[in-house]
Ligand binder design. Structure first.
Ligand code: IGP
Length: 261
């Protein structure tokens, strides 16, 4: 069994348990549930740098990245750096994140926030809304077309944007549909953690132009951004490269300055 299979098995148990503790009707009563969301897709279309900076404490591939930072500080640092939006990992077991991280991030910024999660159930979309997200991630590798359709339509009905993540042409072909806003190519294979930036380049041609193209993972230099931009990528999701430093906001500031230079 690969790591992604394990994560999904654990996630199913987690969601079942959470449903029994906090019913959907309670999530719908949350103050943030009524909030107007902010568009990440629009921010990316308008930007020259297109950075989506991630809050990521650890990962199954790298173990500890940074355990000593405060979410609000990271988020405020990223905002000052001029990022277009942020991604907050909410998976606990494998990434050390939580929905508390998301709501703390929400309290610290008005920029678009992506709930980075292994979404397999509509309940997680209601959670995303209740805890202040603007965007949700759907990972094609763990869903079929019907599920992507159902989840993306539900997300849209809640006012959430959808970033659909693919890693190969089969996943891309089965998941392109109008209820998706942004198409992300994950340069990391979540089944074996190999990272190749060429994955983005190779798939870019097959992504219809109506979707904002996002390249995800393994981006650690401005040169990589410059390499990907000619292929139509407007968004770049960066976690470890910023989070491994003592001051992620400062690292992001330098990085963005160099893209725009
Ligand atoms: O830390 P990196 O290599 O910059 O990657 C960030 C982000 O792309 C990565 O965390 C990610 C992309 N898709 C995911 C799906 C689940 C968990 C994590 C991810």
């Amino acid at each position: 069994m690969n790591i992604l299979d394990k994560i999904v098995i654990d996630k199913r148990k987690e969601v079942a348990l959470k449903k029994s503790i906090i019913p959907q009707s309670s999530l719908e009563k949350a103050t943030l549930f009524e909030r107007e969301t902010i568009s990440l897709a629009q921010a990316l279309r308008k930007s020259n740098s297109g950075i989506i900076a991630e809050h990521k404490r650890r990962s199954p591939s790298k173990s500890v990245i940074n355990h000593s930072l405060n979410v609000a500080d990271v988020v405020m640092g990223y905002e000052q750096a001029g990022v277009c939006g942020m991604s907050v990992l909410t998976d606990g077991k494998y990434f050390g994140g939580s929905l508390d991280d998301l709501v703390l991030a929400r309290a610290a910024t008005l920029l678009p926030l992506l709930r980075k999660e292994f979404v397999i159930d509509e309940y997680q979309l209601l959670e995303a809304k209740a805890y202040g997200a603007d965007v949700i991630l759907l990972i094609a590798a763990i869903l079929d077309r019907k599920q992507i359709e159902l989840l993306s339509k539900t997300a849209k009905s809640l006012g959430l944007e959808v970033l659909l993540e693919v890693h190969n042409k089969e996943e891309l072909d089965m998941s392109v549909m109008p209820s998706i806003d942004m198409l992300g190519v994950n340069n990391r294979n979540l089944k074996n953690f190999e990272v190749h930036l060429e994955t983005s380049q190779n798939l870019s041609n097959y992504i219809p132009n109506d979707f904002v193209k996002v390249s995800e993972s393994g981006i650690s230099s401005v040169a990589a951004i410059k390499q990907l931009q000619p292929y139509g990528f407007k968004g770049f999701l960066i976690g470890e490269n910023f989070m491994k430093t003592e001051n992620p906001g400062k690292s992001a500031t330098e990085f963005i300055k160099n893209i725009e230079a």
